[in-house]
Design a protein around this ligand. Structure first.
Ligand code: SF4
Ligand code: SF4
Length: 332
């Protein structure tokens, strides 16, 4: 039988040990139902999640709730919305209690004097023209000024089919402002014309993602195995989708048999009582889901399957390291 130590040399074993002890327990929080943009294809609005619950306005209730989450074992709070920076008192309540990550469109600058090491992920939906079509404005022009050179910030670049063949200039723009970038793929939840994926486009995109990773290794936080899994939807011969998804809210997870999943994962609505089905759209057809975090987590929870060959296990380690970097558990 293969074991971790039999498959890895000393250097890789050290890398393995560094992440194996992290024991990350994440949950996701809708900080608010409001946003200062309305992007076409935003899963939050397109699935009606902004109307699923009434936003809790009492900051004391948020503080007590976060304390309970901490007691429940959560050690990574992923703040989404809506736009969390519209409610900085709530962001602060998380930040002062738990390791936190704030997803934002970057239009509002987070005060680094108050939040020196809050991990910030800025959403980006392509080059300026695509952003204007999908989001109504070129957000990069503003967010890059707000966060230039910030060591705790990266772009979460959602690649659309229209971007295939054109991602390098976007990566270069990000490198030029001294920021990092992580790549994921658009799930076209609102069926915008020309923004759904074809098989060949995905194969081309995989090659392109590999190329930018090779060319910008200090800027792109990614791994080739992640590119393979997210573009093919396959891992170890298994297909991603509802029966396999690891990012389903624990109390709503009635799947049988139960797949490997994120332990005690919950996605909370902003009333602090309602929960959503999963880490992304409640109405998305899982067979079309390209959610990057769900694919990463899928790999991470299936460690045992990767203790097969040295390359398989190294692939698993690289994906885990990528996740740990993106949420500030290990340095870039
Ligand atoms: S900025 Fe984010 S939350 Fe706001 S509409 Fe766009 S995708 Fe949705
Ligand atoms: S939409 Fe995606 S993240 Fe949500 S349950 Fe389906 S596969 Fe999982």
């Amino acid at each position: 039988m293969q074991t971790v130590s039999s498959l890895l040399n000393k250097e890789w074993y050290e890398r393995y040990k560094r992440i194996a002890s992290l024991n990350i327990r994440s949950s996701i929080y809708d900080v608010t139902n409001r946003c200062n943009l309305r992007c076409k294809g935003c899963f939050f609005f397109s699935s009606g999640e902004h109307e699923a619950a009434r936003e809790e306005m009492d900051i004391k209730k948020w503080e007590n709730f976060i304390d309970r989450e901490k007691a429940r074992g959560v050690n990574l709070a992923i703040l989404i919305g809506g736009e969390p920076t519209l409610c900085m008192d709530r962001v602060e309540a998380f930040y002062t209690r738990l390791p936190s990550y704030c997803a934002t469109n970057g239009l509002i600058k987070i005060d680094r004097a108050k939040f020196p090491d809050l991990m910030v992920g800025i959403s980006l939906w392509g080059g300026g023209e695509d952003e204007k079509i999908l989001r109504g404005r070129d957000t990069f022009a503003i967010s890059s000024k707000n966060y230039e050179g910030d060591t705790c910030t990266y772009y979460l670049y959602t690649i659309t089919p229209r971007q295939v063949g054109k991602i390098e200039p976007v990566i270069k723009r990000i490198a030029d402002v001294g920021l990092k970038v992580h790549l994921q793929l658009l799930s076209n939840d609102e069926g915008v014309d020309g923004f759904s994926w074809g098989k060949e486009e995905l194969a081309d995109l995989r090659r392109e993602m590999d190329e930018v990773l090779d060319k910008y290794p200090r800027t792109v936080i990614s791994s080739k195995y992640y590119h393979e899994v997210i573009t093919t939807g396959k891992m170890m011969g298994r297909a991603f989708g509802w029966p396999e998804c690891p990012s389903v809210t624990e109390s709503l997870d009635t799947r049988k048999p139960q797949p490997r999943r994120l332990i005690h994962f919950v996605r909370w609505a902003s009333d602090l009582q309602t929960v959503h089905r999963c880490c992304t759209s409640a109405t998305r057809d899982c067979s079309t889901c390209k959610d990057g975090a769900a694919h990463m987590s899928w790999i991470m929870v299936n460690k045992r399957e990767h203790i097969r060959t040295t390359r398989d296990l190294q692939n698993w380690i690289e994906v885990y390291e990528m996740f740990a970097k993106l949420y500030r558990f290990i340095p870039w």
